[in-house]
Design a protein around this ligand. Structure first.
Ligand code: ACM
Length: 683
């Protein structure tokens, strides 16, 4: 029989159909995060039992064996199966091996290393295959995310995945200067990063509030500049190894010439104004700045960077460079004279001079300089990397001028914005209008966890789970942008991340217990569940001055950056408006009645726990806001119109509920307002 259409065309059509189908299907079915670039889904499955065993073939770095052993323990812990294999060791072909990890060569921790992998699950064997062990480790994480259970037991579904990152630089920055975080916290965050396929840990080690490394060459740095709170060199080396074992590069940041109160507390002789200096306790931008016009400053950096570059093997080294207010430079006669003598026209040019001197030092130690976007200057050599924080435009500008860059603007997770905001923030949006050549300079991005307003109790709830969606933006194909689907998968991912010991979910109830002095937290939880901290930097402008030693234990700290209860309510309101569905109405009513009746119980808690008294106006406003929504739903279901008096009261209730108290705000007010607007009762 002669085919009606050539086979190639049929194949092509099939390919297009199946690829569209499989992406859609997998997003809905397996909750993978980040979404892999290609997946084919079969009908079978690999059933797990305690004989499950793994082996590694090919030429591999020893870290893949450790990663495979950790994989087995995680599998056992989730399933309760007493998996017999203890460790995966080199050259061992366990006769029960069913998981084959095939690696061609050890991966190098450099930008652009091959991190691709394929994963093939069949009924009787699983193959993770990769050029490097870095890719194989990503494959193992995907495999763990695929684990499922049903009445038959635990299994992996039959799939074939081909996957590789969109960007080579997928990072998380943690500021340990403003508030210090112990190594166990850093380690479990590295595990979480690996779980979402991130590969750069940017360690913000110095700022006005403290320098957090031991220096043997300049011991006063940690003796006088850290309040005794710092990492020893042995600890740093061990942490760098821990990260490398998980395929993660570590980039240290020493923020200069501004943000340097702690440096200059230890060594005021390098400052642009006479000291003495002290470690800063407040938040903001401060004057202490290195003097870029004296040679001993560069002798200091030569020796200090020499010491630090020996601790951090990565090719890149971050010198900060942000937010230098230039005040000390303006007021120093010698500096002004130096600028005149050397034809340096302004502070930006002077900082470029300083940066060029630091580039020379770093190049001597075989390091490439990274800095915040203030370091961008046409005089700088091309081998530096720009971290764009003030706007994506600086990233485009860097690329146009031939500088490598990464995006952090839009990934500031300390600003407590919704996951969807970060998710849709692309390092290369179409609006940038870059050529294909220019796009190559954009290496990826970093989530930034600044630590003014977090402590070791709360920092993880600001990092996770939202950082997982930034990880997906940087890993998955650009077209993966379905927000509802992302939230569904994020909920699953947030739960999975707890496996690494993260406190992002756990600490919520602990903090509420403390806030209620160990009374029943129900009434506090009811209101805290729909409160969010005020956004961006507004918390600094609401009647309380926060400093380093302030309490970060109030409701605003317990409240999550994005309320999932509010999100559910908001989606239900949308659905009800569209469908007038009776079961949806029942759920909405149930939520609103709970909120309306919460106040009496919360008042009792306030009597024993004055720390939550600041919620009283919110709680009273919630009663009225809930009543407004309940009345609106009643009017809608009975097709009646509101009275003018009701409308006036309701508008007031909504306006009052929008006001922040205790630096928190309700995340449901917009949805209630929408109910009234939809009916044309208010504009
Ligand atoms: C910065 O946020 N100052 C880099």
């Amino acid at each position: 029989m002669t085919p009606k259409y050539p086979a190639t065309i049929i194949l092509l059509v099939l390919l297009i159909l199946t690829s569209a189908f499989t992406v859609q299907a997998q997003e809905n079915k397996f909750n993978l995060m980040p979404v892999p670039s290609e997946i084919k889904i079969g009908k079978g499955h690999f059933l797990l039992d305690s004989t499950f065993a793994a082996c590694v073939t090919g030429t591999a770095d020893p870290r893949i064996h450790n990663a495979a052993s950790r994989f087995l323990r995680r599998l056992a812990n989730r399933t309760g199966l007493f998996i017999q294999q203890d460790f995966v060791i080199p050259r061992e072909k366990n006769k029960h091996s069913v998981l084959f990890i095939q690696v061609e060569r050890p991966g190098r921790l450099i930008v652009g290393e091959d991190e691709s992998y394929t994963l093939k699950i069949e009924d009787d064997e699983i193959i993770v295959s990769a050029v490097t062990d870095l890719g194989a480790m990503h494959g193992l994480e995907t495999l763990l995310q695929l684990l499922k259970g049903d009445s038959e037991g635990y299994f992996f579904p039959e799939v074939e995945i081909k996957d590789a990152p969109r960007f080579p630089w997928r990072g998380l920055m943690i500021d340990v200067s403003r508030h210090f975080f112990p190594l166990d916290l850093i380690r479990r965050n590295l595990d979480a990063m690996a779980a979402v396929k991130m590969n750069v840990f940017h360690w913000h080690l110095s700022d006005d509030q403290g320098i957090r490394v031991e220096s043997k060459v300049y011991p006063k740095l940690h003796e006088l500049g850290s309040d005794g709170i710092y990492y020893t060199q042995e600890e740093i080396k061990a942490l760098v190894k821990y990260a490398a074992d998980r395929g993660i590069r570590v980039i240290p940041e020493f923020d200069v010439p501004g943000h340097s109160s702690a440096f200059l507390t230890a060594y005021p002789e390098f400052a642009s104004a006479p000291g003495p200096y002290k470690i800063e306790r407040r938040w903001g931008i401060f004057d202490p700045t290195f003097d870029p016009t004296i040679e001993k400053t560069y002798e200091f950096f030569d020796r200090f960077f020499g010491e630090m570059t020996s601790l951090f093997p990565d090719e890149y080294f971050h010198i900060g460079g942000d937010e230098n207010n230039g005040r000390q430079w303006d007021n120093n006669k010698n500096i002004q004279k130096f600028m005149k003598d050397n034809n340096i026209k302004d502070n930006h040019e002077l900082q470029a001079y300083f940066n060029k001197r630091l580039v020379d030092i770093l190049n001597k130690y075989n390091k490439k300089m990274v800095g915040w976007d203030e370091i961008l200057n046409p005089d700088m050599p091309k081998n530096i990397l720009i971290q764009s924080w003030r706007g994506i435009k600086s990233l485009a500008e860097s690329a146009r001028h031939g500088y490598q860059g990464i995006l952090s603007n839009g990934y500031y997770i300390d600003l407590v914005q919704p996951a969807s905001f970060h998710y849709l923030n692309d390092p290369i949006p179409d609006s940038l209008n870059l050529s294909a050549e220019e796009k190559k300079f954009i290496l990826g991005g970093e989530a930034t966890s600044w630590a003014e307003l977090v402590t070791l109790e709360t920092v993880e709830s600001r990092i996770w789970p939202r950082t997982a969606v930034i990880a997906e933006r940087l890993w998955s194909p650009a077209y993966v942008r379905d927000v509802d689907d992302m939230y569904k998968r994020l909920e699953r991912m947030s739960f999975l991340l707890e496996e690494h010991g993260l406190l992002h979910q756990k600490n919520y109830e602990m903090m509420l217990r403390r806030l209620t002095d160990n009374h029943d937290i129900k009434a506090l939880k009811t209101i805290a569940d729909i409160l969010e901290p005020v956004k961006i930097y507004n918390r600094h402008f609401q009647g309380k001055v926060h400093v380093q030693h302030s309490p970060y234990t109030r409701t605003v700290d317990a409240a999550r950056p994005e309320s999932m209860t509010a999100r559910e309510f908001n989606l239900l309101v949308d659905k009800y408006i569209q469908t007038k569905d009776a079961p949806v109405l029942d759920i909405l009513r149930g939520m609103l009645i709970k909120w309306e009746s919460n106040h009496a119980e919360l008042v009792k808690l306030m009597e024993v726990s004055p720390i939550i008294k600041e919620l009283e106006p919110h709680s009273l406003n919630l009663v009225k806001l809930s009543r407004t929504a309940l009345d609106a739903l009643d009017l809608m279901t009975s097709n009646r119109l509101p009275s003018n008096e009701w409308l006036e009261q309701s508008k007031l209730a909504i306006e009052n509920a929008k006001k922040p108290h205790g630096q928190t705000e309700f995340a449901i007010t917009g949805a209630v307002e929408k109910l009234l607007k939809h009916n044309g009762w208010i504009k």
